[in-house]
Design a protein around this ligand. Structure first.
Ligand code: ATP
Ligand code: MG
Length: 310
């Protein structure tokens, strides 16, 4: 079982306009509403890849209900703690002339101690059935930056491996609990290491340094250039097939899902890298916040190149 934790989920609405006019009424066609938040995306992709998963976190209000129903419709199991307020409705406007996207992201409802304790109780119970816990995304107001660290320690006490995909302070604090695997993209790895990683050699060095800090597996994703994976003294690079890119939103989460499935299955991490790279590329081929399908992933899988760098 892959257990995902999305403390600050959202519903994402992507709209396409001819040319975005600031200060004017912009009319859009074909809106798309997706339940989102990084952990939720990981559960949705893991489910598509045929692996059992349950998504946890907090949902609130009518927007929360949209996410709840959308997950039900997709057959993705979930067990969210319902809190007062309103889940975020994140809006992305795609300007079809310039091909540029503009996003508006809200903070999410505040979480109090009582609701955090409820989530803790749920995870205490469900982690017994888990192989992997994925902790992903931002933290809502009310939760301290060491929230991920506490859940990583809880998972370890139950012999569940953890994957942390976060940014800034929640990431930095989460690192102190030594998650099993982290998957920053290059910009996130640069913020964590406080230096720039201008080329492949620098990315490999940076990832190696993070492994030395006590992380078993470090995967740094590099968009269309694929990903570098360091485990112990081994280093691999995965290169995705060339695909027609529509939107890479959710590609990182798809990579995490592939890695999580391999860990849950007890497969070699290289198999997870291969599956995740195919899933990330499949998601890059879908518009807006939509995710790749199982059929797309299966078609791309044999075209992923894995090179052992060390
Ligand atoms: N244009 C692309 N073509 C092919 N594969 C891609 C492309 N963009 C991303 N991918 C695949 O998806 C993986 C993750 O993408 P990326 O590095 O953009 O993650 P990310 O920045 O964490 O994304 P997000 O957090 O928005 O989901 C890459 O390692 C690669 O395998
Ligand atoms: Mg990401």
């Amino acid at each position: 079982m892959i257990i995902t934790l999305t403390p600050n989920p959202s519903v994402d609405q992507t709209v396409w306009v001819d040319s975005l006019q600031i200060g004017a009424v912009n009319r859009f066609r074909s809106p798309q509403l997706d339940p989102a938040g990084k952990g939720i995306n990981v559960s949705r992709v893991a489910h598509r890849l045929g692996w059992p998963t349950i998504a946890f976190g907090f949902l609130a209000g009518e927007i929360g209900l949209i996410a709840h129903n959308a997950l039900d419709d997709e057959g993705v199991q979930h067990h969210f703690v319902h809190v007062p307020g309103q889940t975020r409705l994140n809006v992305t406007v795609v300007d079809e002339t310039s091909d540029e996207s503009t996003s508006l992201y809200g903070p999410g409802p505040a979480i109090d101690r009582e609701h955090l304790a409820r989530l803790d109780d749920l995870l205490q119970f469900w982690l017994q059935a888990g192989r992997v816990l994925v902790l992903a995304g931002s933290l809502p107001p009310g939760l301290s930056d060491d929230t991920y660290a506490s859940f990583i320690r809880l998972a370890r006490s139950k012999h569940v491996k953890t994957i942390l995909d976060a940014d800034d302070e929640p990431f930095r604090h989460g690192m102190e609990a030594k998650p099993y695997l982290i998957k920053p993209n290059v910009a996130e790895a640069e913020r964590l290491l406080e230096r720039s990683l201008p080329d492949l050699g620098a990315v490999v060095e940076g990832a190696t340094e993070l492994v030395r800090r006590g992380i078993a597996v470090v995967v740094v994703s590099m968009g269309a250039q694929g990903a570098v994976c360091v485990k112990g003294d081994k280093v691999w690079q995965a290169i995705p097939p060339k695909v027609e890119r529509l939107s890479t939103v959710g590609s990182g989460d798809s990579l995490v899902a592939g890695l999580a499935v391999a860990i849950a299955r007890g497969d070699d991490i290289v198999e997870g890298l291969r599956l995740g790279t195919a899933a990330g590329a499949a998601t890059a081929m879908t518009p807006g916040t939509a995710l790749g399908t199982a059929e797309m992933v299966a078609a791309l899988l044999p075209q992923v190149q894995i090179t052992e760098l060390r």
